[in-house]
Design a protein around this ligand. Structure first.
Ligand code: GCU
Length: 599
């Protein structure tokens, strides 16, 4: 058979087209109908609803097969053979992980089908999309038996058009969710967090006119203090046209011409802008108008850059007083605005001006709340530990997740850092992979800083941060666990550190485990006193690093992890939280808070 080889560029293109591209941004401010609520589900470990008995996908071999679950087959014919029935099956709440909703799904990793029926009267000349906040990990989506598409990646938003398929009554939306961990995944087989499966964020129907405002970027021009720049991207325009950007408080009413592809860029002299900052998280009402639509957003304007070892926010040096946060609230996948307010309010109580949203893009409420509450954000894609850096499809996957994260969040002033990875092993293929991701990120967003959580090494008693990637990133960040994964706490304040890069240093993780309420001597691991001592000694050590410009200790709250198994202490939770999974603060919480108060 003729061997077909296609270059990486084509490889890169193909999956992007297959993945949920043409993302619609700012869906909360559009005409929407929520599909959240009760969805029937079928647990399908053998993927019986997808493959026939010879492992051929029904959708390729016999798409209308009644045995294919996406056909949601029903009949009154008593002679018919049908071996599933969504409407007689149990229900899951969407959004929400399945693991913590059903005890028999706690450890489940595999395929679960979910089905939701709905009615929708779509008027002539209007278009309709189904938008998913996130599905972990792989989703195959069908409406009324028609395949809408596939999405890979558990933490980014995607949408499919359903204009020509939706009916006024009895639509059935069927989603095949597969959260199996795979070697070629992003993340791959091993993580230190729970593999929560399911439709883990909201599902929304988004309606718009035949031509609509799909995407836009509006931010301060790099290096400028008063020029706003960006683009508008219309969807399905028949010819070039005009839109208007209105920012009433800045007395801006700017006409923008878009071309036949619906794309229009702009620069606007904005005059005297009140910059966004943690102290003053100013957001402007921004309205984008065309003859056929008006979209509102709230956008902050600020500059972020580095100068030598300093991080400059609006031209002023800033120290990132942070904390790391998982999207895990009281032992389940967080997803709601209430969860976001609860988590970020704890960060504010810690006197933080910054949060590291680990290890993947969080739900959009976290970013919109960070904008409002004045918290700078490190956003990260789950290129975590050992992924298959030699595999082009893994690169495409990581790049697509980065594209979807940046597309959704690029107008959020709170985001100052895009992180490419966490604790990846130093190899040439990893360096190439992440360097390419960094260059790609800069091509999408030239204003924000690039980082990655690196690892350190020690030589002759000196702690060294000389990872090759330090030359690529803007901010050199590293995780270190003195006093937990080795290293003496007593002598920590006298430790020596060396970093060859004259760049800002942020300690992206340090910390240790403590069971809230367990007390004893400060030398006894797992006691709150041990954690207090660990924080005091690590802070004393890190505070001496001359280029230190921030930290985000690990971690705000205890979170579920299948790796943390010590009975009576961990019980399936990583106990490095400053707050327990029950929401109770540990003594170390106040050690960090007092350090930030003094900073
Ligand atoms: C690592 C990793 C975290 C993990 C933490 C720990 O640095 O980045 O994801 O949870 O350490 O060991 O608790």
């Amino acid at each position: 058979m003729k061997k077909i080889t296609i270059g990486l560029s084509v490889l890169v293109l193909l999956p992007l087209l297959a993945m949920g591209q043409n993302l619609i941004i700012n869906t909360t401010n559009r005409i929407t109908k929520s599909l959240d609520g009760s969805w029937h589900y079928i647990v399908d470990p053998y993927e019986t609803g997808f493959y026939n008995f010879h492992a051929k996908p029904y959708e390729e071999d016999n798409p209308n097969a009644s045995a294919a679950f996406y056909n949601n087959f029903h009949t009154n014919d008593k002679t018919a053979l049908v071996e599933y029935d969504f409407d007689k099956s149990p229900a899951l709440k969407v959004p929400g992980d399945w693991n913590t909703q059903k005890t028999d799904l706690f450890y489940y990793e595999g395929t679960i089908w979910l089905k939701r029926s709905f009615d929708y009267k779509l008027k002539e000349g209007r278009r309709l999309f189904v938008y998913f906040g996130a599905i972990n990990y792989k989703a195959d989506v069908y409406l009324n038996g028609k395949k809408l598409g596939t999405h890979t990646g558990g933490f980014t938003s995607f949408n499919f058009e359903i204009t020509g398929i939706v009916k006024p009554k009895d639509n059935y939306l069927v989603v095949k969710v597969d959260n199996k961990r795979i070697k070629e995944g992003v993340p791959a087989l091993s993580t230190d967090w729970w593999n929560y499966g399911g439709i883990t964020r909201s599902v929304t129907l988004v309606e718009g006119p035949n031509s609509f405002i799909r995407d836009y970027s509006i931010q301060l021009k790099k290096g400028s203090k008063d020029i706003l720049t960006g683009y508008l991207q219309m969807d399905n325009v028949a010819m070039a046209g005009k839109a208007v950007i209105n920012i009433p408080e800045l007395k801006i009413e700017q006409s923008v011409t878009y071309d036949v592809n619906g794309y229009g860029s702009f620069e606007i002299n904005a005059g005297n802008i009140q910059y966004w900052s943690p102290a003053q998280p100013k957001l402007y009402n921004v309205i984008i108008k065309t003859d056929w639509q008006k979209i509102k957003d709230e956008i902050g304007f600020r500059t972020i850059e580095t100068k030598g070892a300093d991080i400059l926010l609006n031209g002023q040096p800033v120290f990132l007083k942070g904390i790391s946060i998982h999207e895990d609230y009281k032992g389940r996948r967080a997803y709601s605005e209430t969860d976001a307010v609860a988590l970020l309010s704890l960060a504010k109580e810690l006197e933080c001006n910054y949060v590291r949203l680990a290890h993947y893009p969080h739900n959009e409420y976290m970013l919109k709340q960070a904008d409002k509450m004045g918290l700078m954000v490190w956003e990260e894609i789950p290129v975590y530990w050992t992924i298959d850096f030699d595999n082009p499809s893994v690169y495409n996957n990581a790049r697509n997740q980065l594209t979807e994260a940046i597309t959704r969040d690029k107008n959020r002033a709170s985001i100052i850092i895009w992180s490419m990875a966490n604790e990846t092993p130093v190899t040439s293929s990893r360096n190439k992979f992440i360097t390419n991701l960094a260059h790609y990120t800069r091509s999408l967003d030239s204003t924000r800083l690039i980082s990655a959580a690196l690892l350190t090494r020690s030589e002759n008693g000196i702690n060294i941060v000389d990872d090759t990637l330090g030359a690529v990133v803007d901010v050199v960040a590293f995780n270190q666990y003195r006093g937990w994964y080795g290293g003496n706490l007593e002598t920590a304040p006298d430790a020596k550190w060396f970093c060859p890069y004259n760049k800002p240093i942020v300690v992206s993780e340090f910390g240790g485990g403590a069971l809230q309420g367990k007390h004893g001597d400060k030398t006894e691991r797992w006691t709150e006193e041990y954690l207090v001592y660990l924080y005091k000694q690590n802070i004393a050590m890190l505070d001496k690093i001359i280029n230190l410009r921030g930290m985000s200790p690990w971690i705000l709250m205890d979170f579920r992890s299948p790796r943390r198994l010590l009975p009576g202490v961990q019980d399936g939770f990583n106990r490095k939280g400053l707050v327990s999974d029950k929401g109770i603060k540990k003594q170390a919480f106040f050690v960090l808070r007092d350090y930030y108060k003094r900073k």
